[in-house]
Design a protein around this ligand. Structure first.
Ligand SMILES: Cc1ncc(COP(=O)(O)O)c(C=O)c1O
Length: 366
């Protein structure tokens, strides 16, 4: 059996330090947004070279609060990708705005800046690119367009902690970068968690206030907010995991390179990324017309796999299209949903497991 993802392997790798970090919090008797959270926010901001970090309860809240801090609300429209986890569009709808989908590039799976330009009407107040699977979007072009059109940019970095374009980390190109610490992310905690980074101190203050019931001073409420706070146990775990996260990113990268080498001559399309950018490979997703056959072989051998994503966001029924419909061409995203197959990738995946996965795909295709 080869798991798609395995958190026990990760925990046992660093069990002693994780256990001590958790015990430290238990013994302190302080559980919500206290010294561990503050220390984590300092370290996370420093890692990104950002002025500020605000930790929140999860990545979805990070997006919602970032949109709110940018003043996005009812009647506004936000250009985003139709090929992503649901939360990136859910957050837009949640604040009362409408997602307007710019189709993706088949090669990178990411929003295509060339498709965005014609969508930039006066109602568009922000762009929300998603660095899908850890592959950085074409941020220079997105920022250029945002500057011309004077709209905000909120980066969804949930899957892309550690990804860079040149020397710059994703999350630091736009106005606000949003992160998820869901356990399977590149930097994951052992529960839910999220954060934003920004150089906009006003936006950071607003997010901190909104995430704490709209309050800056205890029992004085300036706004209707949320209860969206990271807890101390998760912050302590994240601080511990930050110490080895660069090694974890290197491990993901070398597994991705192994796949590239082992699969390069087969009739499948491997992930590609732009020169000068670092793809952090939260997911390793191939494109194939033989998905069903490969899945059948995986199931026989008990090899894990996922379909990220089987339905594009423009086709999701949950979004109330009667109110929010703004139809655009999403044919690439729709086509991808039938071709994509994500293979196991996580730092603790073993070399012989990668070889076995590649061998299984080879047997199907040759
Ligand atoms: C692209 C993307 N955006 C947002 C989120 C939401 O993060 P969370 O699950 O922490 O709310 C996720 C989580 O899977 C994601 O993959």
């Amino acid at each position: 059996m080869i798991p798609f993802f395995n958190l026990q392997r990760q925990y046992f790798k660093d069990k002693n330090n994780i256990d001590l970090a958790i015990q430290d919090v238990l013994q302190s008797g302080r559980f919500i947004k206290d010294r561990k959270c503050m220390e984590f926010e300092r370290k996370f901001a420093e890692y990104h070279g950002s002025k500020r970090c605000v930790s929140v309860a999860n990545g979805t809240d990070a997006l919602i609060l970032a949109l709110k801090a940018c003043g996005i609300g009812r009647g506004d429209k936000v250009v985003t990708t139709p090929f992503s986890f649901f939360a990136s569009s859910e957050a837009i709808v949640r604040v009362g705005a409408t997602p307007v989908f710019a189709d993706v590039e088949m090669s990178s799976f990411n929003i295509n800046p060339e498709k965005m330009e014609s969508l930039m009407t006066k109602k568009i107040k922000a762009i929300l690119p998603v660095h899908l699977f850890g592959n950085p979007c074409r941020m220079d072009e997105i920022m250029e367009l945002a500057k011309i059109k004077q709209v905000k940019v909120i980066e969804d970095c949930a899957q892309a902690f550690g990804s860079t374009v040149g020397n710059k980390k994703v999350g630091t190109f736009g106005d606000i970068g949003c992160f998820s610490f869901f356990p399977s992310k590149n930097l994951g905690c052992y529960g839910d968690g999220g954060a934003i980074v920004t150089n906009d101190e006003e936006a950071a203050d607003k997010i901190r206030m909104l995430a704490n019931h709209g309050s800056k001073t205890k029992y004085i409420h300036e706004d209707i907010g949320y209860n969206s706070r990271l807890d101390e146990i998760q912050a302590a775990i994240l601080l511990e995991k930050m110490k080895s996260v660069e090694n974890d990113l290197i491990a993901r990268s070398s597994i991705a390179q192994m796949y590239q080498e082992l699969l390069k001559d087969l009739d499948i399309i491997l992930p590609s990324y732009a020169d000068g950018s670092f793809h952090s490979f939260n997911q390793y997703t191939i494109r194939t017309e033989n998905k069903e056959k490969i899945i059948e072989a995986f199931q026989k051998k008990n090899i894990g796999y996922m379909i990220y994503y089987p339905v594009s966001l423009n086709k999701q029924k949950a979004i109330p299209w009667a109110l929010y419909r703004d139809e655009t061409d999403c044919s690439n995203a729709e086509q991808l949903t039938s071709q994509v197959l994500s293979l196991p990738i996580f730092p603790e995946l073993k070399v012989d497991e990668v070889e076995e996965i590649a061998k299984t795909i080879r047997e199907v295709l040759t």
